[in-house]
Design a protein around this ligand. Structure first.
Ligand SMILES: *Cc1c(COP(=O)(O)O)cnc(C)c1O
Length: 236
């Protein structure tokens, strides 16, 4: 077995154990391979091991990489999206996990309208307060959900969060739990279903599964240490 195949098997084992322990049903949690900073060869190798959902954090890197990768793969954007990259993002990704303003939602809606596409959206929520840079203030999310009929090409299917990094994975638990409780409350308040929670990374995926995650975003544990980002033309 290749080193990559061994790492993927180990991640799948961790995921299965955590799901068993937490009473989650098979198929309820999807493993996303976060391929940022890795080239198409690494993606092909992971795809050959059976993975089909990949995450990227920069639009331009993804635009160069995705055409070099097998065509059956599904791609999600998990990094901060600038409005001048929206057109490209809409063409590359089926879901965007990192939407954190109404203005960005409007820009995405316009781009989808122009190209006749639909897009799945996860709202990134800053449940941790000021210690993380991106994400909606939770107080603003119910209004966004109520106004979502103004965005007919966008399907807001859930929430994502990135807790501040702590050495102990247990440090993420209160943030994951807070996101799930926000989800439950907002569903009740607005009547809008939010079926998907995107939370958990290499070091805290077990905690995320226990707290209700549906997509764990795993980079290092699948691909090994990340090389430095490749310089991309036109990137500021
Ligand atoms: C890089 C990244 C990950 C994966 O992190 P690992 O610790 O390598 O698993 C997950 N989510 C987001 C938003 C990222 O940028």
């Amino acid at each position: 077995m290749s080193a990559m195949a061994e790492r993927i098997a180990a991640v799948q084992e961790r995921l299965t154990r955590a799901m068993d322990r937490a009473g989650r049903k098979p198929g309820e949690v999807e493993l996303m391979a976060v391929s940022k900073n890795h080239g198409p060869d690494a993606v092909r190798e992971a795809a050959a091991c059976g993975l089909s959902l990949f995450g990227e954090n920069r639009v331009q890197e993804a635009a160069a990489k995705i055409p070099e990768c097998p065509g059956h793969l599904r791609w999600h954007l998990i990094g901060h999206l600038q409005r001048n990259k929206v057109k490209a993002a809409v063409e590359l990704f089926e879901t965007i996990h990192s939407v954190d303003s109404w203005r960005l939602l409007e820009t995405l809606e316009r781009a989808c309208d122009e190209t006749g596409r639909r897009l799945n959206i996860l709202l990134e929520v800053n449940v941790s307060g000021e210690s993380v840079k991106f994400g909606f203030d939770p107080a603003n999310v119910p209004d966004v959900l109520r106004r979502s009929p103004e965005l007919p090409h966008l399907d807001i299917v859930g929430l994502m969060t990135m807790p501040p990094l702590t050495e102990d994975p247990e440090g993420a638990r209160p943030h994951f739990r807070a996101l799930r409780m926000c989800r439950d409350r907002w569903q009740d308040e607005t009547g809008m279903p939010l079926p998907t929670l995107s939370m958990g990374m290499s070091h805290d995926l077990e905690v995320a599964v226990e707290e209700g995650s549906h997509i764990v975003r795993v980079g290092t544990a699948i691909f090994g240490p990340r090389p430095k980002p490749q310089p991309v033309e036109n990137e500021p």
